[in-house]
Structure formats: structure tokens, C-alpha cells
Design a protein around this ligand. Structure first.
Ligand SMILES: C[S@@+](CC[C@H](N)C(=O)[O-])C[C@H]1O[C@@H](n2cnc3c(N)ncnc32)[C@H](O)[C@@H]1O
Length: 349
């Protein structure tokens, strides 16, 4: 999934920095004795990667579509029967499309006669998405599939439909003409199964609250860097994941997202949100990803983290995320500096 802020292409930098800190601080425990928490999980790639290294994982995201994908990445293991999964995927791929909520609100054919002729998906893909999404709810209710299979299949749908969305990567706007990728017929592709420890847990909460109820060893924070809320940028994935047919409004067909707004996107609240999180964290090692164009300054982050223990920072020159170039944002350069801020926290026993 092409996700704003995804650490897919930075995972080596991230992991080598984290392992360097652990080694330099004489950490002797093995991964299978430690808990790694990824509280802004997004695509789940970071928690998933540490799961494969043997850590117990706590993962979380405020967005439900992210929770679904991460639930599969983090909690599913060898419990899924590969042959059966492939059969289920085949059955879903062979369904006829239906004219449901996504078709009726987010495709050109489905919005005939409406105030806005939205074109987020081709008519074919919107109908196919509706058919698969509704079938998944029916299958779960009729116990044709279990919860683990449900998250695997729904995560696969979110990933596959996102791949042929008619957008410049986020759902803040759709393109006037169907781009070539949006014209291709959606095929449901199975999400990979990541193998690791079975005692992993995924939450769908505000990290600012969840931090008070968990403890572990390594805390990884990857909040939004700027004022663009994920809830509005990915509103259609949220609706597909929830299948709750919400009241929508405006040209882009936005759902209400008040309860999912992030403090990390607010210039006036972001520093206190970070400080509260660091202060409340019952974790020895804390890592924060951020870049040089975020709403918090590097010095501001440093001054907060330094108060709680030993601090240092790693940097990497990085190619900007593609969608940033397509929007009305004029950047002087195509590169940004990516930081990993590290804190070895002085914990009271
Ligand atoms: C930079 S992205 C994380 C990307 C992720 N590390 C990856 O590699 O895919 C930030 C994520 O934080 C989530 N988020 C924002 N505010 C949050 C909050 N207060 N609590 C939990 N999740 C939040 C967003 O939904 C988004 O998925």
C-alpha cells in the first residue's frame, strides 16, 4: 500500500538504528524476552518486521482500516490455512459485482443524477468492492469464516482496492479521468502472512490514551508529521473497512471524522501530546520517527526527550513521498531529512 509516512523504504535505517541503540546500551535480553510497541502502525510494516525478528508486539492505530490490516499482519501466524485462504480469495474474485454503497457514492456510473459525479473507482471496481465487502460480513455472521480469516480477507480487499483508486494517492480528491491503473480490473491479492510470536495484540485506539494502559521494552512512535489528518485523507478506506454506510458530504464524499482527529496534526497541541506520551511511557527505549519538514522542530523534540533520560538522534537523507509532489505544495527540493530520535528513559522501578 502506498501510504503517507510508510516506513517501507526506511525499514533498514530504522532497524539498524534501533539495534545500534540496544547494543550500545548493553541490552542482553533476546527478542523473545521483549515487547515492542508500534502505536502509530499505519500499514503495520514496522511492527510486522520486529515480529519476524521474534519480539512480542503491541500495535495500534486510530484508523480502523489500519487496525484491520495490522490485525492480520501482527496477530495472524500459522493459524491461517494457506490452501483454504487461497480458495476463499478465489471465490471472492469470482463474485459478480453489486451496486452497493461504494458504487452508489464513489463511482461515475453510480452517481448519475447526483450533485457530485465522483469517480474514485471505475464502475467495475466499485461494484466488485461492494460485492466482496458485503460477502465478508455475511460469511462472518454465518460463521463461514472466523475472525482471523475475516481480517486477512478484509485487509487484502483494502490493499487491493487502494491499488486501483483513481487518485493521486490519497482520497482528498479524485482525478477527472480514470488513470490507467484505475482502469484495470481489481483482483483481490492476498496479504502476506508474517510469522512470529503468537502473543501479539493490536488495538484501535488513540495512542495518547492507550499509552497509559500498556508497558513494554521498546516503544516506536511514528505519528503524522504535518497538519494533514489521515482520517480525511483515507476516508474511503475507512468506510470500506467499517462498511457502516455513513452520511457523507461534499465533493469528495467525506464521512464525519471528528473523533479520529490527531493531536499530532495540531500545531498548538503537538508538543504537549508528545511530552505527555513520553512522560507516561512505561518503556525503557523510546524511538520517534520524524522529518525536517514536520510541524515539530528537531530542537523542540530534543528538548522534550532530553528531560526524560539519555537522548540521541540518527539522520538519513530521503526521497520525498510521491503524493507530496502532486498536491498544491511547493517544495524547494525532492529530498527531506528523516530523523530517528532516541531516548533511553530513566524509569522508576
Ligand atoms: C506516519 S503514519 C505511520 C506509518 C507506519 N509507520 C507505516 O510504516 O506504515 C501515522 C499513523 O498514525 C495514525 N495516527 C494518527 N494519530 C493517531 C493517534 N492519536 N493514535 C493512534 N494512531 C494515530 C494514522 O492513522 C497513521 O496511520
Amino acid at each position: 500500500m502506498n501510504y503517507i509516512g510508510s516506513k517501507f523504504s526506511l525499514i533498514d535505517f530504522l532497524k539498524s538504528s534501533i539495534y545500534k541503540v540496544l547494543n550500545e546500551n548493553g541490552e542482553t535480553r533476546k527478542p523473545n524476552e521483549m515487547i515492542f510497541a508500534d502505536l502509530f502502525a499505519g500499514t503495520g510494516i514496522v511492527g510486522g518486521s520486529f515480529k519476524e525478528d521474534g519480539y512480542s508486539i503491541i500495535a495500534n492505530d486510530i484508523q480502523y482500516y489500519s487496525f484491520v490490516i495490522t490485525k492480520h499482519m501482527i496477530e495472524n501466524n500459522g493459524n491461517l490455512d494457506k490452501k483454504r485462504c487461497n480458495e476463499l480469495i478465489n471465490t471472492l474474485n469470482n463474485l459478480d459485482g453489486t451496486e452497493g454503497f461504494i458504487y452508489n457514492n464513489y463511482s461515475f456510473g453510480g452517481t448519475v443524477g447526483q450533485e457530485y459525479r465522483r469517480q474514485y473507482f471505475s464502475d467495475y471496481n466499485a461494484k466488485k468492492c461492494d460485492a466482496i465487502r458485503n460477502t465478508l460480513d455475511e460469511w462472518l455472521e454465518d460463521e463461514v469464516i472466523n475472525q482471523d480469516e475475516f481480517y486477512f480477507l478484509l485487509g487484502s480487499l483494502i490493499n487491493s482496492i487502494d491499488n486501483c483508486a483513481n487518485t493521486a494517492l490519497v482520497y482528498g480528491a479524485y482525478l477527472k479521468k480514470l488513470k490507467p491503473k484505475a482502469q484495470t480490473k481489481m483482483v483481490l491479492k492476498p496479504l502476506q502472512i508474517m510469522h512470529g510470536k503468537v502473543n501479539c495484540k493490536v488495538y484501535n485506539e488513540d495512542a495518547c490514551k492507550l499509552i497509559n494502559n500498556i508497558r513494554g521494552d521498546i516503544l516506536y512512535l511514528d505519528p503524522p508529521y504535518n497538519d494533514r489528518q489521515y482520517c480525511s485523507n483515507y476516508h474511503i478506506l475507512e468506510t470500506i473497512a467499517r462498511n457502516d454506510k455513513p452520511i457523507i458530504h461534499g465533493k469528495t464524499g467525506l464521512r464525519n471524522y471528528e473523533s479520529q482527529k490527531s493531536l499530532f496534526c495540531s500545531k498548538s497541541q503537538v508538543y504537549s501530546a508528545l511530552e505527555n506520551m513520553v512522560a507516561a511511557a512505561k518503556f525503557k527505549y523510546i524511538f520517534l520517527s520524524y522529518n525536517n519538514e514536520g510541524i515539530m522542530s528537531t530542537e523542540g523534540i530534543e528538548s522534550i526527550m532530553k528531560k526524560y533520560g539519555k537522548y540521541y538522534v540518527f539522520t538519513k537523507d530521503y526521497q520525498r513521498f510521491k503524493s507530496d509532489n502532486n498536491e498544491n505544495r511547493k517544495h524547494k527540493t525532492n529530498r527531506t531529512v528523516e530523523y530517528i530520535h532516541c531516548l533511553i528513559k530513566d524509569l522508576e522501578d
